[in-house]
Design a protein around this ligand. Structure first.
Ligand code: SF4
Length: 169
C-alpha cells in the first residue's frame, strides 16, 4: 500500500482553519434567517413575491414562518396603524433572542403618505429596527438585498448581542 507523507513545513503549513466562536456562530445564524410573515399593506405583496419562484428568497437560507417563536427576523411590510401597534410589539416580544427587524417601505419607515392621527409615524417608535428599506413599494430584489445586508450585519456582531433596554412609546 502506498504511504503518503505530507511535509507540512514545505507545502504551505498545517491544515488548520483558525476562527473564533463568534464568527462560527454568526456564520450559522446569518445563513438561516427565518422571517416572521408579517404583511400589513401593499408592501406585503412585494414581500410575498420575493418568496416566489421568480426571486427565490429561500436560496439565502431565509424561510418564512407563521409563528414568532420560530422566527428571528421580523419584516414589517406596510402601514402600521396605532390600533395595530400593540400587536406588533407583542409579536416582537414573543420572538426569541437574538432577533432583528427589517422595516420595509416608506409607510413602515416613517408613516409614508399617511401623516394621520391613526398611523404610526415609523415602526421604530414601537420596536428597534436594524435595516430600513426605502421605497413605495420596494421591489422583491430590494428585500433580498436587505436580507444580504442583514447577514453582513449579523456576521460583524458579537455572538451574545443584547439589545439595550429602550423605552418605546
Ligand atoms: S410604502 Fe407604499 S406600497 Fe408600501 S405599504 Fe406604504 S403605500 Fe403601500
Amino acid at each position: 500500500m502506498a504511504k503518503h507523507q505530507i511535509d507540512y513545513l514545505s507545502s504551505g503549513g498545517l491544515p488548520i482553519a483558525l476562527t473564533t466562536v463568534d464568527k462560527l456562530v454568526n456564520w450559522g445564524r446569518s445563513n438561516s434567517l427565518w422571517f416572521l410573515t408579517y404583511g400589513l399593506a401593499c408592501c406585503a405583496i412585494e414581500m410575498m413575491a420575493s418568496g416566489g419562484g421568480r426571486f427565490d428568497f429561500d436560496r439565502l437560507g431565509t424561510i418564512f414562518r407563521a409563528s414568532p417563536r420560530q422566527a428571528e427576523v421580523m419584516c414589517i411590510a406596510g402601514t402600521v396603524s396605532k390600533k395595530h401597534a400593540p400587536f406588533v410589539r407583542r409579536l416582537y416580544d414573543q420572538m426569541a433572542e437574538p432577533k432583528w427587524v427589517i422595516s420595509m417601505g416608506s409607510c413602515a419607515n416613517t408613516g409614508g403618505l399617511f401623516n394621520t392621527y391613526a398611523t404610526v409615524q415609523g415602526v421604530d417608535r414601537i420596536i428597534p429596527v436594524d435595516i430600513y428599506l426605502p421605497g413605495c413599494a420596494p421591489r422583491p430584489d430590494t428585500l433580498i438585498y436587505a436580507a444580504m445586508m442583514l447577514q453582513r450585519k449579523i456576521r460583524s456582531e458579537p455572538m451574545n448581542r443584547k439589545i439595550s433596554a429602550k423605552r418605546f412609546v
